[in-house]
Design a protein around this ligand. Structure first.
Ligand code: FNR
Length: 369
């Protein structure tokens, strides 16, 4: 059957993938309340479309940290993509560059920064997990920079791994024929089997729980790449991130995989945008599955959005073709949303094009009884 929207890839991936792999991709933390809420919150935001505007030409292009992209739809870092498809991160990199957009490569990719760079030209960001051994971090950041990566997305919501119960039940671990390629030479590329989630044990062993704002400053002493702080959901942390030198903020709850019962990212976005006061761009990820979701995020002040699971699910279904199709479907849906809302360029998308449940009720004449 023809796939006509991004969500449909999830069911196909579920059929195709081993249960351990599918569960790892799909799961959220604990009760998975935030996982559902990331989607549900979008459905509580409604449109206030404008009519009779010439929408015969629609321009979706924008610049992200100075880099021109064809649309504000970018690819979030998701780990271990070769579990989904043998081409893994290569396929994602090629699909992103064919679509004229940006891929973020995970620290825990099953392809190295050099391998992904070798797929050809493309604007790429590198997602960083900070290891206890700072030499490992410094080396990796240098390698990413040398391989032509343009920015660091520093993940700040993972001092420990969230409790993902499916991974615990499945004793999740990286299949033996794969490695975390960026760490292969450093003897950190394998994940041991553990009595719970192998990834949770790996994180407990290697990732630096002491990470703090001073490390954001330290990172700037070892690289000239701009730093996006990924995992901010409050105004307080937005201000601190900007003070610490962040070039941008990604409002993210890690696809609901870390702390359960945090709000949906689309619900937290406006607070962050207000606190940022236009000093740095604000991005969002979490639950974006439709062009209408992209529009809602932009109307609330985001400069762009990132997608996570749709990439791994479409990879599992159809490899590079699948990822291309996901980007194409979102592009077309977003363009249609712009047209039907009366917007011909991104700057025409305003807060007045949507209404949220936290907006004051608009003054209406009292009904005559
Ligand atoms: C992730 N995410 C993630 N984030 C990160 O900073 N480094 C990583 O290695 C990973 N790995 C990862 C694997 C999988 C399978 C998922 C689903 C997520 C989080 C990711 O970057 C992003 O925040 C969310 O995926 C966005 O939510 P959606 O689009 O998946 O709903």
């Amino acid at each position: 059957m023809e796939v006509t929207n991004v969500t449909e890839y999830q069911a196909i991936a579920k059929e195709k993938l081993p249960k351990m792999v599918y569960d790892y991709y799909a799961s959220g933390a604990e009760d998975q309340w935030t996982l559902e809420e990331n989607r549900n919150a979008f459905s509580r935001i409604l449109f206030r479309p404008r009519i009779l505007i010439d929408v015969s030409k629609i321009d979706m292009t924008t610049t992200i940290l100075g880099f021109k992209v064809s649309m504000p739809i970018l690819i979030a870092p998701t780990a271990m993509q070769k579990m989904a498809h043998p081409d893994g991160e290569y396929a994602t990199a090629r699909a992103a560059s064919a679509a004229g957009t940006i891929m973020t490569l995970s620290s825990w990719a099953t392809s190295s920064v050099e391998e992904v760079a070798s797929t050809g030209p493309g604007i790429r960001f590198f997602q960083l997990y900070v290891y206890k051994d700072r030499n490992v971090v410094a080396q990796l950041v240098r390698r990413a920079e040398r391989a032509g990566f343009k920015a660091i997305a520093l993940t700040v919501d993972t001092p420990r791994l969230g409790r993902r119960e499916a991974d615990i039940k499945n004793r999740f671990t990286l299949p033996p024929f794969l490695t975390l390629k960026n760490f292969e030479g450093l003897d950190l590329g394998k994940m041991d089997e553990a009595n719970d989630s192998g990834l949770a044990s790996y994180v407990a062993g290697q990732i630096d729980r002491t990470l703090s704002w001073k490390d954001v400053k330290w990172l700037q002493t070892i690289t000239t790449m701009p730093i996006l702080v990924k995992g901010v959901i409050t105004a307080e942390d937005t201000r601190l991130a900007i003070q610490a030198g962040a070039a941008g903020i990604i409002v993210s709850n890690h696809g609901a995989r870390q702390l359960d019962y945090v709000p949906a990212t689309i619900s937290a976005l406006e607070e962050v945008v207000k606190a940022a006061q236009g000093r740095v761009p604000v991005f969002l990820d979490g639950g974006v599955r439709r062009g209408t979701d992209v529009f809602k995020a932009l109307a609330l002040g985001a400069s762009g959005i990132f997608i996570g699971r749709p990439v791994v699910f479409s990879l599992a279904a159809e490899g590079e073709t699948g990822v291309r199709k996901v980007l194409q479907m979102l592009r077309e849906e977003f363009e249609l949303t712009m047209a039907l809302s009366g917007c011909t360029s991104l700057k025409e998308i305003t807060r007045d094009h949507i209404v949220t449940e936290w907006d004051a009720p608009r003054a209406r004449p009292a009904p005559r009884l």
